[in-house]
Ligand binder design. Structure first.
Ligand SMILES: [Zn+2]
Length: 220
């Protein structure tokens, strides 16, 4: 199951880069001060299972989008199974976060580093989406009927609220792997039954409740 077609399908990745630098979120000014109007919402609890399948970002402060995936793993419920796969150097694949069916969140790659989750890709004319994105995997069969669980939606909204507020990622730049994988049609995740409207509504609610200005979240 670990070596299922779906997981192996994640193998492609951007070329390595050895650039160095101190990562800073996009809204940290040159002075190191947080922009005063922005509130960083709390990060939900994560369990770390480090993946070696990551490298330096070409622009450490250039995180501008969030890519939602599913794992295409029928019968798998646990994020740990996927994390173990990402822990294998031969997999040559990873994501920053995996959310299991029970809502548990495993982090495999620090956000400051580039995870290998998208492969050949293009977003708004800019290639190599791995360079400037954070990847979240949802454990799911990707058959269109396997449900994304309530616990997964809750964890995804909570994690995304943190990331959006931490890196000032516009909600319009939270996209699916299928939307940016090249050539178009190469990927189908997240599956058709992933409820984007519900996710965006939940996320907007958390951001608003947490005092994060929605005008920042909805900027173009
Ligand atoms: Zn994917």
């Amino acid at each position: 199951m670990i070596h299922s077609k779906g997981l192996l399908g994640l193998l492609l990745c951007g070329s390595a880069s050895m650039l160095t630098g101190t990562p800073q979120p996009a809204h940290v000014a040159a002075t190191g001060q947080l922009a005063p109007q922005l509130t960083v919402l709390p990060k939900p609890a994560v369990t770390w299972v480090v993946s070696p399948n990551a490298d330096a970002r070409t622009k450490p402060d250039g995180i501008t989008c969030l890519v939602i995936h599913d794992t295409q793993t029928p019968g798998v419920v646990s994020a740990r199974i996927i994390a173990n796969h990402f822990g294998n150097p031969r997999a040559e694949a990873s994501a920053h976060f995996i959310i299991g069916k029970a809502g548990e969140i495993i982090q495999c790659v620090d956000e400051s580093r580039r995870a290998w989750h998208v492969g050949p890709s293009l977003m708004d004319g800019v290639p190599k989406v791995n360079d400037y994105s954070i990847g979240i995997e949802l454990v799911n069969a990707e058959d269109g009927s396997d449900p994304f669980t309530e616990a997964q939606y809750r964890s995804l909204a909570s994690l995304s609220a943190h990331l959006v507020s931490r890196y000032t990622i516009p909600i319009g730049r939270i996209i699916g792997h299928r939307d940016v994988a090249m050539p178009l049609g190469r990927k189908q995740d997240p599956a058709d039954n992933f409820a984007w409207d519900r996710f965006r509504t939940d996320l907007g609610t958390l951001l608003a409740k947490g005092g994060y200005p929605l005008k920042a979240a909805f900027r173009p």
